[in-house]
Design a protein around this ligand. Structure first.
Ligand code: NOJ
Length: 738
């Protein structure tokens, strides 16, 4: 539709129709079954008339469902303004990719762009117009359950993934969104919730906010993300949904974002609970003034916008601006021409979970898993030479897709047991669960999970399971433990203070270790766990995350050497939970700890734990033996650019991917600078014995930061430069910026 016609619609809308465009309600409001609609409507004070005018639908997907709702809707709609269907498609629709923390570990944004393109194609076929993704909250505290949804702790890496995800999702061709619209979230700094406790306060300097936490969102906005979702947290005393500083000043004015801002679930109403608004009316006023366009799942806008304007408290122009942004989005998506955007059951059959999609999920999972330990080259395992026993609650379990894969189907997943059995003969392989998942089910909360899932195994069965595993373990040479967190132990509202393996699993490991076999741990988790004990106990550890539809197959293929592991951590694995938050790019202190073996007292350190994490950012092993040497800078002084090269050599007969990482340290600044910061990275494939040079170009802009005066610029002076295969073990050089 051309802009003139769209403007005409805006002018013709009645007051109530305009408000309707700014309301998002969940699918149950639109259901024809009264039993479903009476409850929520009553609770939020939403009338049937409001439902009939609402502009968008939350979390309904599937071609037949979305078509049915849209069709009925349009029959009633005076201007035939189609509904927008928005849903959480966070890391795959039907074909489920690894959780984003695993995607971060691929260090391969190009590959992830492809994954999100597939995700968009599947979602579009299912009638979804907007996905609430990417989630780009920078994460430094593994206690927070939502680390699962983020690509990690580094601003540069997060920004690269944010761009890739938005580009893949929206898939713009000749100016048109051929994929689905992306809604970057949760703006802003939600990942810094104090103590890692869900929905908690965020408070930090503006410098840190801008330097570390905002680049991910900004990269998404620059890549054209059509929507932005506000976060639940406060920043500097103001909940983001009511923050003119964050939404109006930074997002709209500084970054020029002209798309739709949507509040997170009930976040407008929560301004009251935060204690920044006395009632829903004040909450609505704050959110509107901050330029939040759509109110997700509360009755605030629906009930309060009209009285606010009548009382002269709210400029009606703000409502027009918000409605205009929503109409423009609907038009951009081509909804006026085709309100279904080609969604149909037939299309779903064609594009969901195709062989190619599964193959891509396999490749992504292959690059996401991180080999954390591999003592004496325990892995890869030789086929049919040793007797293998698989144990643990994830051994024969299809729940490998994680909490946010709400449209994925666990029945599509091949279990680890099944996948291993395709590598070895039955006489050499056995399985015994041995123990249950967690022992603390009652902590998981009431959301989801059937009663059966939440109940413990009776004691007699537990004893029996252990006895069986021990018996089989005696016959085995190698024991593979498939263990980790229950799906419900991470994700939204999945904060934990103990992030070790669940007690039952740890106790079980102890029993099995006494058998003196070769021990391999495969960890399934939505966050970095504290694996300090296991690092000592195990001969090898493979961090597999929630690896998605193809996860089981990939795990087996890594264990048997068909895949050379190439994942590198995008989030530090703490040595102990007491170190959190922990991240590689902290500031230098006045009393730095220069050596972990330092004996003195008065330096910045813990008395009972190293400062360093167990596994640092950027870390991961492979089956090759790769070495860096000859770090060379083309000049000692830099004006606009510096060319950096390093030699990389694969001293093994196995080809594989390596990720070369370049960090810098600004030695003296007008404010303190991080001890090192990632600036460049390259993931390269090295053939067996290959010896080649890797080149980077560092530009002046790469060294920009927020100076004492909050100017985003550089300060001439000396810099250290580090290149390595992780953030800890690096070659170094130095240069002077002129
Ligand atoms: C709340 C979550 O914080 C957000 O990530 C999600 O997109 C919305 N609910 C909608 O489901």
């Amino acid at each position: 539709m051309n802009e003139t016609d769209l403007k005409k619609i805006l002018r013709d809308l009645t007051w109530q129709e305009k408000v309707g465009q700014l309301i998002q309600l969940s699918g149950d409001f639109f259901s024809s079954e009264d039993a479903l609609t009476v409850g929520p409507k009553q609770k939020l004070g939403i009338t049937q008339e409001m439902v009939d005018l609402a502009g968008s639908v939350l979390n309904v997907a599937g071609a037949s469902k979305t078509r049915e709702i849209q069709e009925k809707w349009l029959q009633k709609s005076r201007h035939k303004i189609p509904l927008l269907f928005m849903a959480d498609i966070v890391y795959g629709y039907r074909t489920v990719f690894p959780i984003p923390l695993g995607l971060g570990a691929t260090w391969n944004p190009e590959l992830i762009e492809q994954a999100y393109k597939v995700t968009a194609a599947e979602s579009k076929a299912a009638g979804v117009h907007v996905t609430f993704a990417p989630m780009v909250d920078l994460v430094r505290d593994a206690r927070w359950g939502r680390c699962l949804e983020s690509t990690g702790e580094d601003a540069t890496l997060n920004a690269a993934f944010a761009r890739a995800m938005v580009t893949g999702l929206q898939h713009v061709e000749t100016g048109k969104i051929t994929g689905i619209a992306s809604c970057v979230k949760h703006f802003a700094a939600y990942g810094a919730a104090e103590g890692g406790r869900e929905y908690n306060t965020v408070d930090m300097s503006e410098r840190r906010l801008r330097e570390d936490y905002l680049p991910g969102y900004q990269a998404a906005v620059d890549a054209g993300s059509e929507l932005v979702m506000t976060s639940f947290n406060t920043y500097d005393g103001t909940p983001v949904t009511g923050s003119e500083f964050l939404l109006k000043q930074i997002l709209r004015e500084e970054w020029g974002f002209d798309g739709v801002i949507i509040s997170d679930y009930a976040a407008v109403q929560e301004l009251v609970a935060h204690g920044i608004a006395a009632d829903e009316k004040e909450a609505t006023l704050l959110a509107m003034k901050a330029t939040n366009d759509i109110d997700m799942k509360t009755g605030c806008y629906a009930k309060q916008l009209e009285p606010l304007v009548q009382e002269g408290k709210l400029d009606p122009g703000l409502i027009d601006e918000a409605v205009w942004r929503v109409l423009k989005l609907k038009n951009k998506l081509g909804l006026f021409e085709d309100p279904y955007r080609g969604a149909s059951s037939e299309r779903e059959r064609k594009v969901l979970l195709t062989e190619e999609n599964r193959d891509l999920a396999y490749q992504v999972a292959a690059q996401s898993m991180v080999l954390l330990e591999n003592k004496n080259n325990t892995l890869p395992l030789a086929k049919n030479e040793q007797k293998i026993l698989l144990v643990g609650p994830y051994g024969d379990n299809q729940n490998l897709i994680g909490l946010w894969a709400i449209h994925g189907n666990t029945s599509d997943v091949i279990t680890i047991k099944e996948a291993i059995s395709q590598h070895v003969s039955a006489s050499k392989f056995s399985y015994s669960a041995g123990c249950e998942m967690p022992s603390d089910y009652h902590f998981l909360g009431e959301f989801g999970g059937s009663k059966e899932q939440l109940e413990r195994m009776p004691l007699a069965e537990r004893k029996q399971a252990l006895a069986e595993a021990l018996e089989q373990g005696k016959q085995a040479d190698v024991i593979i433990y498939a263990m980790g967190e229950h799906t419900m132990q991470s994700g939204e509202a999945g904060s934990r203070t103990d992030i070790t393996l669940p007690d039952v699993q740890k106790e079980f490991i102890q029993e099995m270790l006494a058998l003196g076999k070769t021990n391999i741990l495969v960890t399934i988790s939505g966050r970095p766990l504290v694996l300090t004990e296991e690092a000592n106990q195990m001969d090898a550890i493979l961090q597999a995350w929630f690896p998605g539809t193809e996860g089981g197959r990939v795990i087996a293929d890594i264990l048997f050497g068909e895949i050379n592991p190439s994942g590198r951590l995008s989030m530090s694995f703490p040595y102990t939970v007491g170190q959190l938050p922990i991240y590689y790019n902290g500031f230098q202190t006045g009393r730095p700890l220069n050596s972990e073996t330092h004996k003195g007292r008065f330096v910045s350190k813990y008395l009972d734990s190293p400062n360093a994490p167990l596994y640092p950012f950027g870390y991961g092993l492979s089956y090759s033996n790769v070495e860096l040497s000859s770090l060379t800078l083309d000049a000692e002084e830099m004006v606009d650019q510096l060319h950096v090269s390093v030699q990389i050599k694969n001293n093994s007969s196995r080809g594989g991917f390596e990720t070369v990482q370049l960090y810098v340290q600004d030695i003296v600044g007008s404010v303190v600078r991080p001890t090192r910061e990632l600036k460049k990275f390259k993931k390269v494939y090295l053939k067996a014995q290959e010896n080649t040079a890797i080149h980077f170009t560092l530009t002046r802009e790469d060294l920009f930061y927020y100076t004492k005066k909050m100017d985003f610029t550089v300060e001439p002076g000396d810099f250290n430069l580090f290149v390595g295969l992780n953030s800890r073990d690096t070659l170094s050089a130095s240069f002077t910026l002129k």
